[in-house]
Unconditional design. Structure first.
Length: 142
C-alpha cells in the first residue's frame, strides 16, 4: 500500500494511559514513537476480534512492556493525522501490575515514567494532554 491510503480500519485505534504508583504518587508511562522522535502513549490499530480496550492492553504489552488491568470505560478520544487521513484513538486507563524487562518492541522504543503533569506536557497533542490530566485528581495535575 505504499503511497496509497490505508483501509478505513487502520484509522480506528486505541491506546492506554498506563499508570503506576511510586512513593504515594502516580506515574504515567510514555514510549517513544516508532521512529523515536516523539513521546506518545502506547496505541495501535484495533484489530479484528478485539474490543478497543483489549486491543489497547495488547498495545501496552507490545510497545511498552507493561501488563495490568484496563478500564472498561473510555477516558477520552483524540485525533491525529497519519497515512493521508485522520486516526481516531480511543484512550483507556491501564493500572499496571507488571513492568517487564523484555517486550516485543523494546528494540525500537524507549519508555519513561513521568508525573501526570510532566507526561501531559511531553506529549505533542493538547487533547491527549487534557485526557491524561483528567485521569487524575486535581492535586496530581500540576
Amino acid at each position: 500500500m505504499k503511497g496509497g491510503r490505508k483501509p478505513d480500519s487502520w484509522y480506528r485505534q486505541s491506546g492506554v494511559i498506563a499508570v503506576r504508583t511510586r512513593d504515594g504518587a502516580p506515574q504515567v508511562l510514555l514510549v517513544t514513537s516508532a521512529r523515536g522522535k516523539r513521546w506518545v502513549i502506547p496505541k495501535g490499530i484495533v484489530e479484528d476480534g478485539h474490543t478497543p480496550s483489549s486491543s489497547a492492553a495488547k498495545e501496552a504489552w507490545e510497545e511498552a512492556g507493561v501488563t495490568g488491568r484496563v478500564a472498561r470505560r473510555m477516558s477520552g478520544r483524540y485525533r491525529y493525522e497519519k497515512w493521508d487521513g485522520v486516526c481516531t484513538v480511543l484512550v483507556y486507563r491501564l493500572d499496571v501490575d507488571e513492568v517487564h524487562r523484555e517486550w516485543p518492541e523494546a528494540h525500537v522504543r524507549r519508555r519513561k515514567w513521568l508525573a501526570p503533569a510532566a507526561a501531559a506536557a511531553r506529549v505533542g497533542d493538547a487533547v491527549l494532554a487534557q485526557i491524561i490530566l483528567e485521569s487524575f485528581p486535581a492535586r496530581w495535575r500540576t
